[in-house]
Design a protein around this ligand. Structure first.
Ligand code: UT7
Length: 307
């Protein structure tokens, strides 16, 4: 039902190493590296909107499309610069997508998957021919810089994917367990304005839903596990991914991993990993994107790459 015709990411030049966090909290490179796999992350002075706009521009330019042809823009984010108007409306104005319907979507670190699967419905039902799906976060503005349990984990980033109606979406689902929302939160309207997380509980949740997404995707698409060429999981912790690779006996090389350079960028992590890994993809490759996070939410999109 769809084909990816353009991808892009925001270029953030400022990085922050694990050692640099030592100036803010009691931590060190060894703890962060061994417990999470993160070596550095990007910290941006630019807003979530600015990052989203840059990623969108790169994707549109790569596609060769004119922005007026885009029918739908969805921005997945938990760090919008304001409640109203939406980040997607700002992107629409900045890139000149004069005919696009726009909205933001909050499904935390599952946001890009929820947005991507939503866009598929509009394309499959012939409502639009082109949709722009963006994951963008300036998480440095919503972390507590004095809480070592969370601050060292997150980073800023944005990635965008421009999709055309065609035949590459094989399966996709998104799930929510709202009764467990308390383990990962970020307030608004001045209340609890920082990300708070019970890391151990979320870790257990993450390993179980990653496994179930793999199983559900192969069942829904009626393929074998071996037929999946690449898995792009939300980039939260290397140990989560290594655990699932071992348990499911999937070669770790099939998992796209870039969290060592970005940290956890929430809704931006999957499109960022997609953009970075795209040079390795061949036409026909089956790629499983899996998100999980606050809500609690989780979900996947299984796509076939075409060039
Ligand atoms: O994006 C949404 C999805 N998010 C996730 O999937 C995250 C899932 N959770 C995790 O990745 C891990 O649970 C964390 C990386 C968050 C934490 O790792 P952990 O192995 O579960 O560590 P912990 O929270 O049990 O903490 C172990 C120790 C504690 O000290 P004590 O109580 O044993 O003395 C912490 O205070 O490590 C301490 N600690 C730190 N030490 C140095 C916690 N943060 C730090 C730190 N530097 N930054």
């Amino acid at each position: 039902m769809s084909k990816i015709i353009g991808i892009g990411k925001a270029n953030i030049s400022t990085t922050m190493s694990n050692e640099e966090w030592g100036a803010y909290v009691q931590t060190d490179d060894t703890w962060i590296r061994t417990r999470t796999g993160i070596e550095s992350r990007h910290i941006s002075e630019r807003s979530t909107t600015a990052l989203a706009v840059e990623a969108a521009r790169v994707a549109v330019e790569q596609s060769g499309l004119s922005a007026e042809q885009i029918g739908l823009i969805i921005v997945a984010t938990i760090s919008a610069d304001q409640m109203m108007p939406s980040t997607a409306a700002s992107v629409q104005a900045a890139i000149g997508a004069t005919d696009a319907m726009t909205f933001d979507l909050n499904a935390a670190c599952t946001g890009f998957i929820a947005a991507f699967n939503t866009a598929q419905q509009f394309l499959a039902n012939d409502v639009y021919e082109y949709a722009l799906v963006i994951g963008a976060e300036q998480l440095s503005s919503v972390i507590d810089w004095s809480d070592r349990n969370t601050c060292v984990l997150f980073g800023d980033g944005a990635g965008a994917v421009l999709i055309q109606r065609s035949l590459c979406f094989l399966a996709g689902e998104v799930f929510t367990r709202g009764d467990e929302m308390g383990v990962l939160t970020l307030g608004a309207k001045g209340k609890n304005p920082y990300i708070q997380m019970n890391g151990k509980e979320v870790f257990k949740f993450a390993t179980s839903v990653l496994t179930s997404c793999i199983e559900r995707a192969i069942m829904r698409a009626k393929i074998t596990e071996e037929a999946i060429d690449w898995i792009i999981p939300h980039q939260a912790n290397k140990r989560i991914i290594e655990y699932v690779a071992k348990k499911q006996k999937i070669p770790i090389e099939k998992f796209v991993l870039n969290l060592n350079r970005y940290g956890n960028t929430s809704a931006a992590s999957i499109p960022l990993a997609l953009v970075d890994a795209a040079p390795n993809f061949k036409s026909g490759d089956k790629i499983l994107l899996i998100g999980f996070g606050g809500g609690l939410t989780w979900g996947y999109s299984l796509i076939e790459w075409s060039e």
